[in-house]
Design a protein around this ligand. Structure first.
Ligand code: CP
Ligand code: NVA
Length: 311
């Protein structure tokens, strides 16, 4: 892989992503396989999690390794102890760290002082492991990633940022529809546009969900209120009310369009129950695919090609 750490999708090249997805497919078929015996993953989480924690822990165990979970209260990142000391100490024990935190700067600081690779298990800025599982899910349901027309409708958040960058590297035609004040930052849009230029993809931003969803093969949304934004809940509910994925909006997508959501979901807010619980929804495939992608990421970081060739 391009870098020691996986803090952002921009740490990966399109070749890295293709390799990770191919390995994820193989590791999905392999099930339990001892390729990371003697290796330890430390999970450092400052926010709650169901999927990310489960899939990382299970991935490590199914590959023959071991893992230790450290909860927010135990770690006290930046309070009980500095990120520098935590990273220096943890990398004396563990071979890889998966960190769920708030500021992207915390991840950068940890990565700087950790000899072990650091994986972003979600920050306020990005959720790269989710985007990789989303690509695997899209490739399970569609013929080629490159031909996909993807509509992301909702908040320009961590999930949107990683998805935009990953989709752009894969050459997708991506339409991002958000309220104007909740769109992604200029640098991200520019970077994604550069990726799209190289890959033959396209990026379009709009405040009109109808424009974004027209003929889309994949319709994606996420919560309107991310972890840490709870106080903004009433205001966000109002601003985003026109961005709900309803059956009527979904009907404007391509005939075989799939519906995606990283979960946790809020029925009646960003998505209608008929859509998320309906036949177009692949949200459980997405959740399951987190396991296989996490396995591929861990295998690459802890042994790369060597590990893969032992299979
Ligand atoms: N999608 C996702 O990351 O879920 P968790 O927050 O439950 O890990
Ligand atoms: N955007 C959401 C994703 C949860 C997996 C959040 O950060 O809370």
């Amino acid at each position: 892989m391009k870098h020691k750490d996986l803090l952002s999708i921009s740490d990966l090249s399109s070749i890295d992503i293709h390799l990770l997805l191919a390995d994820a497919v193989e590791l999905r078929a392999d099930g339990w396989v001892d390729i990371l015996t003697g290796k330890t993953l430390a999970l450092v989480f400052e926010k709650p999690s169901l999927r990310t924690r489960m899939s990382f822990e299970l991935a490590m165990r199914q590959l023959g390794g071991t893992c230790i979970y450290l909860s927010p209260a135990e770690v006290g990142l930046g309070k009980r102890e500095s990120a520098k000391d935590i990273a220096s100490v943890l990398s004396r024990y563990a071979d890889v760290l998966a960190v769920r935190t708030f500021a992207q700067e915390t991840l950068l600081e940890l990565a700087r002082y950790s000899d072990a690779p650091v994986i972003n298990a979600l920050s306020d800025f990005e959720h790269p492991c989710q985007a990789l599982a989303d690509l695997l899910t899209m490739s399970d349901h569609k013929e080629t990633l490159k031909d996909i027309r993807l509509a992301y409708i909702g908040d320009g958040n961590n999930v949107a940022r990683s998805l935009l960058l990953a989709g752009a590297l894969m050459g997708m035609d991506i339409r991002l529809a958000t309220p104007t004040t909740y769109t992604l930052d200029e640098e991200t849009i520019e970077l994604a546009s550069e990726y799209a230029e190289d890959s033959g993809g396209a990026i379009m931003t709009t405040a009109d969900p109808h424009l974004a969803i027209s003929d889309a093969d994949v319709v994606y949304t996420d919560t309107w209120v991310s972890m840490g934004q709870e106080e903004e809940y009433p205001q966000r509910l109002q601003v985003f009310s026109g961005f709900r994925i309803t059956p009527a909006l979904m009907a404007e997508a391509a005939p075989n369009a799939i519906f995606m959501h990283c979960l946790p979901a809020h029925r009646g807010e960003e998505v209608a129950p008929e859509v998320i619980d309906g036949p177009a929804s692949v949200v459980l495939d997405q959740a399951e695919n987190r396991l296989y992608v996490q396995k591929a990421v861990l295998a690459h970081m802890l042994g790369g090609a060597e590990v893969a060739s032992q299979r």
